[in-house]
Design a protein around this ligand. Sequence first.
Ligand code: G4P
Length: 524
Amino acid sequence: MTNMDPGVIQKRRTFAIIAHPDAGKTTLTEKLLLYGGAIHLAGQVRAKRDKRGTRSDWMKLEQERGISINTSVMQFSYADYVLNLLDTPGHEDFSEDTYRTLMAVECAIMILDGARGVEPRTIKLFEICKERKIPIITFINKMDLPAMEPFELMDNIETVLGITCVPFLWPMGSGSLFKGVYNLRENTLHRFEKTKAGAYRVPEKISGLNDPDLQEMMGERDYSKFLEDVHMAKEMLPDFDEDLFRATEITPVLFGSAGTNFGIELLLNEFLKLAPPPQKVTIDDGSVIDPGDENFRAFVFKLQANMNKAHRDRVAFVRILSGVFERGMQVYVPRLEKNVKLASPVSFFGQERNTIDFAYPGDVIGLINPRLYQIGDILCNGSPIKYSPLPVFAPEAFASLVLSDTSKSKAFRKGISELAEEGVVQVFNADQQSPIIGGIGQLQFDVFKYRLEDEYNAPCRVENLNFECSRWLKNESDIPKLSRFDRVVRDHHGNAVVLFETRYRLQGFMADNPDIQLLNHPPV
Ligand code: G4P
């Protein structure tokens, strides 16, 4: 077993960027990689995204729909830190996958468009972070375009998300009047100069509030308003409190313009101070895993099929919780009750893979092993552990799956079972002729159908069902109490799940049946 320098853990950060599409997540990712020296010219992330279709057929769907379904992992370094950025698709329909990815990070950067504030798809992602106490740093982007007033933006965040804003930076104007940001904590002024193409690090001029150029640049009226706002922000807005930040009660707010590279360095520097390194986790028996423990412990948070269709391969994305990973090591997988040799681990950079020899807590490795792993699997050495890091979500969209060519029944069953295992959808009444699939939205169904047909050659129809929420029944003995109008299905473990046409019906049901216990996760 390899010993680990404790500094290795302290210098690691594993995070995600949450955003509504178009807020600038891809652009910010590119710029973080650019500043981290992982790419030399911005544009590579996007270029890779556009090329994906050549690597895997089903990802054509991504291109047709103009969205990013795939979750990729990028490791880069900045200062002397190693950063693992887990990409989370912003499309709300694919949020089950996204949710799981959020379970593998210690911090999130929430990027908002300065002109739009909080948009719908950010809300759900935010709620998951809040529920799991993942601290959030807010980056208000596109300040080089006309934006809402900073007080208005913070009011919007607080009202819609219910989190208190602590501005770290204060913008000087926006759009054509954007002149930079003032660091409220360090009292430094960072001037914005628009540079060509946005592909290189921007020169940053740093001065103070009494910079003589400033009044001239901003004009007297804007300058005095800016001073007044800075004064108000310092006086009125709450102080930063690390405990409240870690509890997702407050969010530091930074402003910038990823498109023109402005504010990236400020963001990275604050991020490294704020984002927690790999943390201790409490496992099912109440004991604690410390990232510095010698024993290797890791969990599978995502399976990605067909990253290389020629090999029908499937990659298990594994987040390391403790210990050092070494290529070729043997680990125990409690669910399988067997030892497995981790022979061909890979690390990722977008869609590119490299074989890795070592990895540490906070890192994500990819294991290529068709069909061996399931989402939520634990990999460990030393004494086996029981840990259930990934919640199951109560689906909000349902459809009946009908096989169009009955001669393909075997392939249909196989496809359903394997794709459900991979977490593409949840399957109910799996033993019936037309099983029911559930998910967060329609896109999951489209991907499921596409893959059943493409990979399993099982043509089928997806017939949407008119239900919008579901709850597990805590006690089987309550089934006779349900009325004949209540629709009950069985999940793949045989647990009873009640489907409701509307949230209103669910509330009515709960009011009428206070003695029936409903759960938004399977009973344990
Ligand atoms: P997403 O991944 O969150 O969906 O957003 P993405 O980065 O693709 O950005 C959406 C659009 O917003 C892109 O323009 C991008 O160039 C632009 N953008 C991102 N950050 C900034 C910024 O700070 N300032 C300005 N002015 N624009 C920004 P596009 O026209 O859709 O794409 P492209 O032609 O620029 O590639």
